[in-house]
Design a protein around this ligand. Structure first.
Ligand code: BEZ
Length: 252
């Protein structure tokens, strides 16, 4: 059985703070207005939810991780544990916002349908997430290192990285007018070594191995990646590519 990715808020804060720190452009695309009712889909530990609340918005955050929701609640935010494939809202929000979460949701049509239901008429869906080509070098190294151990990584890969054409078509099919969609290559300097990124984000792959083999596997993947992703100054850069879009609920 495939292990589910888990989230440790302390580790996330140490190794992945850049995820919310680099969200300026998608927040700008959202253009939140004071008093708006917003849903932050996949809010994680609430770093961005808190920023939206500080801008005067009335924000509810949802995330499937109990640990992350507890961390967000410690910030004093209004948050709930909820699976993004099964949003249970009905015409309550002026906008649904999501950063770095949709690539963990492998049934995009269910997500889009739930977002549409959650929005008021003409409500906005504005998001950014990993797309086709995102961390492709890392994915290739994970796949080849697992293949050497007789494991088919494609069967356990937790990430959904669509093309802009694919996701745009799903939004249109799901009842949205897409007002802007674009693919943004964003090589991202990591705060530490590649093994730290892998421990934070690639747990599903690591957990396919017996506990005593995991550390060796992570070092091996890091060494495979060193020539491409470790810069001469020793900094690691992940080959992120983002899909950013803004869409409006279409009224039939
Ligand atoms: C992200 O959080 O942006 C991300 C996570 C895993 C793979 C690629 C991107």
């Amino acid at each position: 059985m495939t292990a589910k990715q888990t989230w440790n808020p302390d580790r996330y804060s140490r190794s992945a703070r850049f995820v919310s720190d680099l969200a300026g452009p998608v927040v700008e695309l959202l253009a939140p207005k004071p008093g708006e009712r917003l849903l932050d889909l996949g809010c994680g530990d609430g770093a961005l939810t808190e920023k939206l609340a500080a801008m005067g918005c009335d924000v509810l955050g949802v995330d499937s991780s109990v640990e992350q929701i507890e961390a967000a609640r410690r910030r004093g935010l209004d948050v709930r544990v909820m699976d993004g494939h099964q949003l249970s809202f009905n015409e309550e929000f002026d906008a649904v916002f999501s950063n770095a979460a949709l690539h963990w949701m492998k049934r995009p049509d269910d997500v889009i349908a739930g977002v549409r239901r959650a929005l008021r008429p003409r409500g906005r869906f504005v998001a950014e997430f990993g797309c086709h080509g995102c961390v492709a070098t890392v994915v290739a190294a994970l796949h080849s290192s697992l293949a050497r151990r007789g494991i088919d990584a494609a069967a356990i890969n937790p990430w959904y990285f669509p093309t802009a054409e694919d996701y745009g078509a799903r939004l249109a099919q799901g009842g949205f007018d897409v007002t802007w969609i674009g693919l943004i290559p964003r090589p991202t300097v990591l705060p530490g070594e590649m093994t730290g990124w892998l421990e934070t984000f690639a747990e599903t792959f690591t957990m396919a191995l017996p506990a005593q083999e995991r550390a060796r596997f992570l070092s091996e993947v890091q060494e495979v990646l060193r020539p491409d992703l470790c810069m001469p100054d020793g900094k690691w850069v992940a080959d992120y590519v983002r899909l950013r879009f803004s869409a409006i609920r279409r009224e039939e």
